[in-house]
Each structure stands twice: as C-alpha cells, then as structure tokens.
Design a protein around this ligand. Sequence first.
Ligand code: ASP
Length: 324
Amino acid sequence: MLKRRSFLKRTTLLGSMLGGWPLFSTLARQGLQAPGHATVISTWNHGIPANARAWQILAAGGTPVDAAEGGVRVVESDPDNSSVGIGGRPDRDGRVTLDASIMAPDGNCGAVAALEHIENPISVARKVMEDTPHVMLVGDGALQFALEQGFTKKNLLTEASRQAWQQWLKNAEYKPVINIENHDTIGLLVQDADGHIAGACTTSGLAYKMHGRVGDSPIIGAGLFVDDEVGGATATGMGEAVIKVAGSHTVVELMRQGYEPCEACREAVKRITRKEPRYKELQVGFLALRKDGLTGGFAIHQGFNYALMTAADNNRMVNADSLL
Ligand code: ASP
C-alpha cells in the first residue's frame, strides 16, 4: 500500500500538472493515478459530486474529516436538492429544520438536530465536535451556537419547496415516500490512503414531519457510526426504524464479528423487518465501509443506490441489493 504522503504527493502533482479535477479523474480512468487505498462512498445520486469533492480534498492533503465534511457540503448547498440543506422539504409548519452528524477516526463526534436557517449544518456539527465539550446541540441552542461561530442566517425554504409544501397542505396527508426522487439523506464514508475512516450524514429529514421531529441522521450510532478499528456505516430512509435498531452501530458491530459490509447491512435491515410490522411501506438503506476497504449496501426496497469512488473504480453508481 502506498504511504499517505506519497499518495498525496503523486495525486496532487498530477492534479496540478493537469489543471484540476476533471483531468485528474481522466487519469484515474487511464490507470495512471496513484492507487493508494482511498475510498469514498455515499448514498444516492447526489453522492457523485459529494465523492468527487471529498476525493479532491484528500488529494490536496485534507484529513478524512475534512473530506467527509466537504463532500456533503456540496449537496447541502445545492438548492435543487429537496432532501438536504437549502431547498430541503420543510416540516408541516413550513419550517426547514436540518439534522447532521460527523464522526472522526479517533471516535470524536458531533451533531446538530432541528437546526434552522443554516445552509451547512454539517459544519456546525463539526464545530460542536471540535470546539465544545458536547456531542449534540439542538434547535435554538444549535442556531445560537452557529451564529456565535460566524455562520450566516439564511432562508432555506426555496420557492420550489414552498410551492410543494403548499400543494401538500391541501390534503396534509402524511405518508413516507420511498426513494424520494432517488435522493434523500446523504451519508458519506471516507477512508484515506492510510486507512483511517470518517463519516458524515446530513438531511432535512422526512418531508412534512411534525415540527421538532428528529430522525436518525444526527444520532450517533443510528444514522452514522465509525469505529476506525473496524469500519463505518451510515443510513438513509425512515429514521424511526433505524433508531430502533441503532442501525449504523449494528452494522459496524456485525463487521467486527466478521460480516462483510453487504451482509452486515442486510442483517441490520432484517432486524428492522423483524421488528416493524409495516416495514413493506417504508424504505431503509444502509451503506458500509470496512477497514480493509471493502464496501457494500443493502435496503428494504429496490431502488437504493450509492456512489463509490476508489482509484480503480473512479466514481460510479452501484445498485444495492434489497430484501423485497
Ligand atoms: N433518514 C432521514 C430521517 O429519517 C430521512 C431520509 O433519509 O429519508 O430523517
């Protein structure tokens, strides 16, 4: 395995010689890029630009935490994405409330829940991790902290999201949607060339949820878990079901017992289906990255896919297997 320094030296050199990321990925396709053992994996279609950004950060010498945060920020800041960050679907009162968590290779972690008006909740979660003695801040307290840290207050309800919400209000029927437009929460796991793993998970949560509802994404062990000795896991879909089985922690513990990532995700999905009588009406997908670089995903329903980026794989979508 290439040492981190030589991976970064070679990738950065190639990137700068050729003027930036697009040519750098062409090199990867031609097999000219230093392989290293770096891997980035993330949920849904929006994982492609998130992975590309995370990889670029690693190649420029960033840490796995820098890469995880930077990768998901791309999706948070995309106003056309209706399930994460700005443009996210609001709750039933028309308020966009965001949940996010981040976890570092040393086991440190941070999270925010029900945070309003801040475009990049993942960066606030990182500040909670690094600059406070706490793991999670919620609601007004999280907002107050973000503003103290210099984050800017913004209106996150885009015109498209406002119109969709007003349409929803006509019947106000609450019904979880499976595979919403093939994007949802973004959970991203990254392993650097030295094998160290970090993860990030960020979402606007279920569309038209009750005000104050918090899902799995900001809950360490549910929407995200990393143990640098074993691997990492992240979740998407119906947060209540994921929380009930401490989903991402379960996946990591199964990998510790020797399960391959895909099998570990499958077993966690099966735990949900054993406990949730109405599991056929909801989607949950897990994604896992093991310490040896092996990756996998599994969901209740078909249609869950994820973006995988390695030196060999460049950056491509993979369809996860499913129970149904
Ligand atoms: N897991 C998220 C939540 O329950 C949303 C989703 O992935 O659909 O808030």
